[in-house]
Design a protein around this ligand. Structure first.
Ligand code: SF4
Ligand code: FE
Length: 487
């Protein structure tokens, strides 16, 4: 699809979507939602540009046809690298979150897991998943990867919750399909996707078998209710205004819904897991690894824009050449490129799964995301340092446009060089938008909170092997090494 065709396809959907107590009829025209829609639309638009074709498109392994890379199952490490580069490009172009990666990661994780699950259980999930994938590729559809449950009491397993609906579960099943009840939180891109691809939120035990469910559901299926969340400064997105929004075209960051499933029927053909609790841990780990790989792509592109904006602010303050300013810019570049290096590394170290789909190196992917939870904040802190207090105290765009105070503000906010005051105001607002509350929180909790990465890092770290290395070099005899490591 072109970007325009994507917008038209969204207008044909009728999701039950609320924002601030009102039903949203058309996400493409709503002042708060439209920027997110435009960011996702860019994943369609750039795929039609010759110069980006290598990154933005791929060849379907199902039928050999050219497809958007956001619908592709990675076939080698080159695909994994291309994905990171594609995300950096889109981060640079949007300065925001373009949302479409979550569904891509869900499809890739399910592709390999259903294959292995079928081999063990004799089930039919992989064929169904491949049929759904073929539909997604042919229609160039956007899927929202739907993992995070609302979770209630974190100290209790799903079936131990006071209310059993706090994790999405199967409440009924018959010869036609399953019925789902529950709610998913933080659903990036859901408001402007075609389908949601649901997965369990964590590794489950046998008692939680009913919660071990993965499937695809149209966003406007009967019984599905979405509530779009608030973001920092979303009240500034009003008709006729734009400068104070900062990034009026693409918004602050993803745009998330809480999605409630009120006894939603899903036909078996769209069910990719139903009760195979032993496979939930593998599915969650693979999805999380793919999604954590992304953050050294998209956040790096966004970081490039932040560095540029900070440099422009320093230029307009007349201090771009000052050695401490240049050193801070170097530090920002160093942090951003370190994140990028991690994402490239986990891609290059990827390996084939039995299905033929390639998976990133999980330890490196989790390390990248852990870095992002810190480095993105440090990059933003340095941007604040360089841009100055103006970011927090600047008068409104209405005041700058006012016939009386506007010219006065224009005079007193002029910067170094010839640039109009309006340039300084625009860049300050962009940086304010990119480094404010909601945008940074995404770097912390998107693709899982820092502790989730630390759990996986520990699991992947092979600490016993590392201890063995040390004991061997220290000259500890082999029997003693074994004895020590066995207790
Ligand atoms: Fe994609 Fe997630 Fe990055 Fe948004 S934050 S651009 S969904 S990887
Ligand atoms: Fe995210």
């Amino acid at each position: 699809m072109t970007g325009q065709q994507y917008l038209e396809s969204l207008r044909r959907l009728k999701p039950c979507l609320y924002y601030r107590g009102e039903r949203v009829e058309d996400v493409t025209a709503h002042p708060v939602l439209a920027p997110h829609v435009r960011a996702a639309a860019l994943t369609y638009e750039l795929a039609h540009e010759e110069r980006y074709a290598g990154l933005m498109t791929a060849r379907s392994h199902l039928d050999g046809r050219p497809i958007n890379r956001f619908t592709h199952v990675h076939r080698d490490t080159g695909d994994l690298v291309a994905k990171v580069k594609m995300l950096r490009l889109l981060g640079q172009k949007t300065g925001s979150c373009f949302q479409r990666c979550v569904g891509l990661d869900a499809l890739n994780a399910l592709y390999s897991v259903t294959y292995e699950m079928d081999a063990e259980h004799g089930t039919d999930y992989h064929r169904r998943l491949a049929a759904f994938l073929a539909e997604v590729q042919a229609g160039d559809l956007m899927c929202a990867g739907s993992m995070t449950d609302v979770k209630g009491d974190r100290a209790r397993r799903p079936s131990e919750q006071r209310d059993p609906d706090l994790y999405v579960r199967v409440v009924d099943r018959d010869g036609r399909g399953v019925v789902l009840r529950g709610a998913k939180a933080h659903q990036t891109g859901m408001a402007n996707a075609h389908h949601m691809v649901l997965m369990p939120t964590m590794a489950l035990g046998e008692a939680d078998r009913a919660y071990a469910v993965a499937c695809a559901v149209p966003v406007d299926a009967p019984g599905v209710v979405h509530v779009f969340g608030r973001q920092t400064n979303d009240g500034r997105r009003r008709a006729g205004l734009g400068v104070d929004v900062g990034n009026a075209r693409f918004g602050v960051v993803g745009g998330e819904t809480t999605t409630i499933l009120q006894d939603v029927f899903v036909p078996w053909e769209r069910v990719f897991m139903a009760g195979e609790w032993r496979w939930t841990g593998t599915l969650v780990e693979r999805f999380a690894s793919y999604h954590r790989q992304n953050y050294g792509g998209c956040k790096v592109g966004v970081g490039d824009v932040m560095i540029g904006a900070a440099a422009v602010m320093a230029r307009l303050n007349g201090v771009l050449q000052a050695s401490h300013v240049r050193d801070k810019l170097v530090e920002m570049v160093h942090l951003v490129e370190t994140m990028y290096a991690g994402s490239l590394a986990c891609s290059v170290e990827g390996r084939a799964t039995p299905s033929g789909a390639y998976l990133v190196d999980p330890l490196l992917a989790n390390t990248v995301k852990q870095n992002v939870t810190r480095f993105a904040y440090e990059v933003a802190r340095l941007a604040h340092d360089l841009a100055g207090g103006l970011l927090a105290t600047l008068p409104s765009e209405e005041d700058f446009a006012h016939p009386e105070v506007g010219p006065l503000l224009g005079k007193y906010f002029q910067g170094a060089g010839q640039a109009a005051t309006a340039v300084r105001v625009r860049v300050a607002r962009l940086l304010e938008n990119m480094t404010g509350g909601t945008a940074l929180l995404e770097s912390m909790h998107g693709a899982g909170s820092p502790q989730a990465q630390r759990v996986m890092i520990l699991r992947q770290a092979a600490l016993a092997d590392k201890q063995r290395l040390a004991l061997e070099l220290a000259g500890v005899p082999e029997e003693e090494r074994d004895l020590l490591l066995s207790c």
